[in-house]
Write a protein that binds this ligand. Sequence first.
Ligand code: FAD
Ligand code: S2G
Ligand code: ZN
Length: 472
Amino acid sequence: LTQITDHVQRGNYAQLNDKDVSHFEQLLGKNHVLTEDLDGYNVCFLKRIRGNSKLVLKPGSTAELAAVLKHCNERKLAVVPQGGNTGLVGGSVPICDEIVVSLQRMNKVLSVDEVTGIAIVEAGCILENFSLRAQEAGLTVPLDLGAKASCHIGGNVSTNAGGLRVVRYGNLHGSVLGVEAVLANGQVLDLMSNFKKDNTGYHMKNLFIGSEGTLGIITKLSMLCPHESKAVNLAFIGLNSFDDVLKTFVSAKRNLGEILSSCELIDERALNVALEQYKFLNAPISGYPFYMLIETSGSNGAHDEEKLNQFISLGMERDEIRDGTVTGEPGKVQEIWKIREMVPLGLIEKSFCFKYDISLPLRDFYSIVDVMRDRCGDLATVVCGYGHLGDSNLHLNVNCERLTDEILHRVEPFVYEYTSKLRGSISAEHGIGFLKKDYLHYSKNAVAIDWMRDMKKMFDPNGILNPYKMLA
Ligand code: FAD
Ligand code: S2G
Ligand code: ZN
């Protein structure tokens, strides 16, 4: 199969020349200007896109980044901002020969205030490092995802990442209080704030949340981090039908209430692939079509355990919960979360997989998995569903031995049409990037897309920031 980007017409951007490179070396220092061994920066996580960048720049400060972008804008050199490069929609790698601007060096936690819970952190800080630093101050970073060991907090904000705890902490629009970003022309836009309430004009920081590097490059942000819960309990339960899953979710909201911190679903096929691929995983129970991970985080372990055990026995009395284990032991909790975190990777390891990250009305959350399984028949080796039930965000995966046009046209655009008919979102949390841009219209109408294009032109008139992505 041809490269997925072969059909792309390179925009009328300038060609990089030696004068540019020496200018960047003056600005950043030679060892922060890379011209060799760029594969890791050119290839996306899913290995679906291999760009052809000849240059990676690693600015060490907002001022250095501003000078870099000022030059690129004047020269009309295209750039792609890159964080941890764990994005799953091809947004973080060059499509042609864009210059990669990596935030790797701007990776410090600048401050953590244990009274206000406000942390100020540079965009290139790896999520896990940020999380560890916050924990030292008795705080929790209000997002957690399987890519935490490599993704950057700046990349998380740029994709409006969701993850495992949105049901508790909400989207990043609420927890990110302010951002600093450098615009295409090198201007530094300081939208930093240390307050939850600031109604002084348009909420511009929210424009950068989910903008995927197309409006500006985020250099730092302030985040409201909740105080760490003293007691975390995790239930791993088995259920016989999606109907029972829904009933259990409603019961969890009713009977666990404020201590509910995560509600994830894994279907049997998704779990089996993870257990097959990774022998170090061990599921506490087996043999059910559906599994849920229900986590509570509270301030009183005994109170929470009592509530959680009541919730489980109520579910078992009603025959909705068939079996399950509950643990509050941190090592065990982590071990069970590891199962959920390895599911996406297991499917990627197994074989070629179509990955869909869709928001669907809760009652229709799972039906598409059965519909897709019937539709693909033996063209697919695995059709499974897992994801953030608490946010109505399904991860549908269709695996096949190898990608063929036949299965591609069996799956797409059907999955998007199906989602659109239910007025769902064709990209719940991963963003649009390059891989989903042809499907944006399934979830955004033409008027909205036109206005987004106008906004993009206003922020980046030369179109140098992350071209070929999202709207292009
Ligand atoms: P990158 O991949 O480097 O970039 C992502 C996008 O943001 C690109 O468009 C890039 O140009 C832009 N960008 C990066 N940094 C900046 C910046 N400083 N300023 C402006 N633009 C920038 N995602 C979820 O939402 N929820 C999940 O549960 C989840 N689980 C995952 C599990 C695994 C195993 C993997 C591999 C990925 C998962 N992801 C998930 C997807 C991915 O981790 C997220 O999209 C993450 O937010 C990307 O962060 P990153 O630093 O790797 O960004
Ligand atoms: C998750 C990871 C990527 C995928 O596991 O929550 O966001 O789509 C996903 O499998
Ligand atoms: Zn997810």
